[in-house]
Design a binder for this molecule. Sequence first.
Ligand code: DP6
Length: 328
Amino acid sequence: MGYAVTAEAGANIAFVKYWGNRRQGKNLPLNPSISMTLASCVTRTTVELSETAGQDHIILGETSPGEKARHRIEAFLDQVRTLAAREERARVFSTNSFPGGCGIASSASGFAALAVAATVAYGLNLKARDLTRAARLGSGSAARSILGGFVELKPGARHEDAYAVQLEPESHWPELRDLIVIVSEQEKEVSSAEGHRIAHTSEMLAGRLDAIPSRAERIRQAIEQRDLARLGEAAEEDALSMHAVMMTSTPPLLYWHPGTLDVIRLVWTMRKENVKAYFTIDAGPNVHVLTTEEHLTEVEGRIRRRLGFQTIADRPGPGARIVERRAS
Ligand code: DP6
């Protein structure tokens, strides 16, 4: 008899972005990154082992994944099997609470939920820190979604050194909001994995890496003091610095759409009028607007009315967790 193990994990938004990998594989980041785990944008994943199946069976949403995504998930399951010294294949069912193709990265919540469900299904009893390392093997940013609230992923040249730690739990700053502005629902053409690989070709990378330690310290302090202005200013700087590296890589990566710039300009206009809002942007055209509960209605209203974009408001959420375990 086996077990079907179901886990949930939230996506996350980084204030200091992870961009650029060490060359030896294993998603070893070049720089520390700091993020907030989200409460509403969640992936739910069930893993069930099969004594008889000759291969893994993977369903994402209603459908089987494309070949690339399937290989990535199978390779991840192979690493869990090696760790557990087990050989059974797995059935994996995964759904997102946020609409597919809405431009929210699902790799962080997806691999965090898979890491928790798969390690438990294969009989491993990993501590939180080891789970963050395991999730990182699937997707670098997934290491941060293992933990709730405000989380830092340490960089490192070896697997053991690159793990995530919680800076503060989600209860520390419940009023903080991430308003996700959907500029485009198009799938991105160049994956983050490819972007991390070519970051080395940018003449801006060295400057970015030099600037990060003091920026990361400002962000740690802003989180500790619940200081939105300090957090937002540093997060904007960091997003622009990461996109400068992207734009100056070979080949150049330009994730922005005209609407991305419209949101940036509107955020700056709002700030001049004393509406507290700051932007950050991941590897895509959508914009995450950082604000607080107090300003949310005003910020959301202005973005929708002026620019006509759909938005999703999210807040700090818990870490990855088992939500169901049943005999199968
Ligand atoms: C821009 O974690 O998506 O969102 O390890 O290839 O899955 P892989 O990369 P991924 O990279 C995250 C890039 C980012 C910044 C961040 O979340 O830190």
